[in-house]
Write a protein that binds this ligand. Structure first.
Ligand code: LMR
Length: 399
C-alpha cells in the first residue's frame, strides 16, 4: 500500500541536533536549535516560571480537565494584551481576539488554515526564513512565494529587495513578517524601514501575517520587541499574529502559544474567533493546559510578571554579551572578513555568513554543530566555549 512513499527530507534544524546528540566527543558544542542555555550550557527554568509552577501544582483545585475550544481565556486575554500593549486601540474597540495555540508553530498553522478558508492568496515568506515556515504554509494548502531579505554581500538587510517585491506582488498578497529577531538572520528592519514597509503594504493592500516568537527575549524589552506589530495595528491594518512562549518563558516543550487576529470591526473579529476555535477543534480539539496555566500565572500575578521582566533581561543580556565576546575574539584573531554583523544582529541567532563547507568543517573537525546555512544559536555559547568557537571559525575561514 505504501510502497511508493518516499523518505521525508531531513529537517534542516532537528537533523543536525540529532547528529549532535549521538556525537560521543566530551567537548562538543551545540549551536543548532534555538533554545536558551545558561553560562554552564544548561537549560534554564526561569525563576518566575518555577514559582508559577509551584503555585499551580500546590493548588488543590487544579485539575486536568479539557480547556474550552479557544483555550484558557485569561491566558489568551493576557497574551493579546502583551502583544498589542495595554492601550491598544484594537483591544479597546474589541477588534483584537485570540485563540490559544500549540506554541508558534500551532498558531502559524491555525492562521494558515484560516487564511486558506477565508482569504486564499499567495503567502510571501522571507528568503531566508525559519525552515518550518515553508512547510507550515504549504501543508495548510497555501501557495508560497518569497521576498529577498538578506544581502549576503554586505551581511545586512536587503531593504530594497523587500520593498521592490512588495511593490511587484499582486495587490492583496499575504506577507509573513517576523515581528522581531528575524530567524535565521537576526536582522530586523529599523523603525523607519518598518514604517516604509507598512506604507507600501498599505498602498498595495497586502495582508500582514506576523510571527512573534521572541517578544522580550530579543531586546529584554517587551514593548520594543512588539514595535512592528503595534505600528501596523495603529496604522489600521487588519492582521494575524502568531505568538510563541517557548523562548520568552522557556516553555519550549509545553507548546504554549496564541494566535491574535485584528480586524476592522468587533463583530468581524468575534466571528473570526469562532472560526479559529473551530479549526483548532478539528486539529487538536483543545490546546494543552499545563503550559498555559503556568503562563497565565506569570502574566496575571504582578510580582511574578515583574520577576519575569528581570528573567528576560538575564537571558537577552547574556546573549548580547556573547555577541560582544565572539566579535572581540574574531577581531583579535584577525579572522579574514568583517564580523561587525555579529554584534549588530539581535536575538537568539546569528547568521554568520559561513558557507556549507565551513559549517561542515566545524562539525567534523571541531564537534561544533550548527545549521548548514551558517546560523548559530547564540544561546549555545558561553564564557567557557566562546573563545574556542572563535578559533574554530578562524581555522575554517582560513583553510
Ligand atoms: C529554531 O529555529 O531553532 C527554533 O525555532 C526551534 C524550531 O522549532 O525550529
Amino acid at each position: 500500500l505504501f510502497k511508493a512513499v518516499p523518505q521525508a527530507p531531513a529537517d534542516a534544524i532537528f537533523s543536525i541536533l540529532a547528529k549532535y546528540n549521538v556525537d560521543k566527543y566530551y567537548n562538543k558544542t551545540n549551536l543548532t536549535v534555538g533554545a536558551y542555555r545558561d553560562d554552564n550550557g544548561k537549560p534554564w527554568v526561569l525563576p518566575s516560571v518555577k514559582k508559577a509552577t509551584e503555585i499551580l501544582i500546590s493548588n488543590p483545585e487544579a485539575n486536568h480537565e479539557y480547556l474550552p475550544m479557544g483555550g484558557l481565556q485569561t491566558f489568551v486575554t493576557a497574551a493579546v494584551k502583551l502583544l498589542l500593549g495595554e492601550d491598544s486601540i484594537a483591544i479597546k474597540e474589541g477588534r483584537a481576539v485570540g485563540v490559544q495555540a500549540l506554541s508558534g508553530t500551532g498558531a502559524l498553522r491555525l492562521g494558515a488554515e484560516f487564511l486558506k478558508k477565508f482569504y486564499k492568496r499567495t503567502v510571501y515568506i522571507s528568503d531566508p526564513t525559519w525552515a518550518n515556515h515553508r512547510s507550515i504554509m504549504t501543508d495548510a494548502g497555501l501557495q508560497i512565494a518569497s521576498y529577498p531579505y538578506w544581502n549576503a554581500q554586505e551581511k545586512c538587510l536587503d531593504f530594497e529587495g523587500i520593498i521592490n517585491t512588495m511593490k511587484e506582488a499582486p495587490n492583496g498578497s499575504i506577507f509573513l513578517l517576523h515581528a522581531c529577531a528575524h530567524n535565521p538572520t537576526g536582522v530586523d528592519p529599523n523603525p523607519a524601514q518598518w514604517m516604509k514597509i507598512a506604507e507600501v503594504m498599505k498602498e498595495k493592500d497586502h495582508f500582514p501575517f506576523f510571527d512573534c516568537a521572541y517578544q522580550g527575549f530579543a531586546s529584554g524589552d517587551l514593548d520594543k520587541d512588539a514595535y512592528a506589530v503595534r505600528l501596523f495595528v495603529d496604522m489600521g491594518f487588519e492582521l494575524i499574529c502568531s505568538q510563541s512562549f517557548a523562548k520568552n518563558l522557556g516553555l519550549y516543550g509545553q507548546r504554549t502559544g496564541c494566535i491574535t487576529l485584528v480586524t476592522s470591526k468587533k463583530e468581524y473579529s468575534l466571528r473570526c474567533q469562532t472560526q479559529l476555535a473551530k479549526i483548532s477543534r478539528a486539529i487538536v480539539s483543545n490546546a494543552p493546559r499545563f503550559g498555559a496555566e503556568i503562563a497565565n500565572i506569570v502574566l496575571n500575578t504582578p510580582e511574578l510578571t515583574e520577576e519575569w521582566y528581570d528573567n528576560l533581561k538575564t537571558m537577552s543580556s547574556r546573549i548580547i554579551e556573547m555577541r560582544k565576546q565572539l566579535h572581540q575574539y574574531l577581531v583579535e584573531l584577525k579572522t579574514p572578513g568583517s564580523w561587525d554583523h555579529i554584534v549588530d544582529q539581535i536575538g537568539m541567532f546569528s547568521y554568520t555568513g559561513l558557507n556549507v563547507k565551513q559549517c561542515r568543517a566545524l562539525m567534523s573537525k571541531f564537534h561544533i554543530y550548527l545549521t548548514e546555512n551558517g546560523r548559530i544559536s547564540m544561546a549555545g555559547l558561553n564564557s567557557k566555549n566562546v573563545k574556542a568557537f572563535a578559533e574554530a571559525i578562524d581555522y575554517v575561514v582560513r583553510n
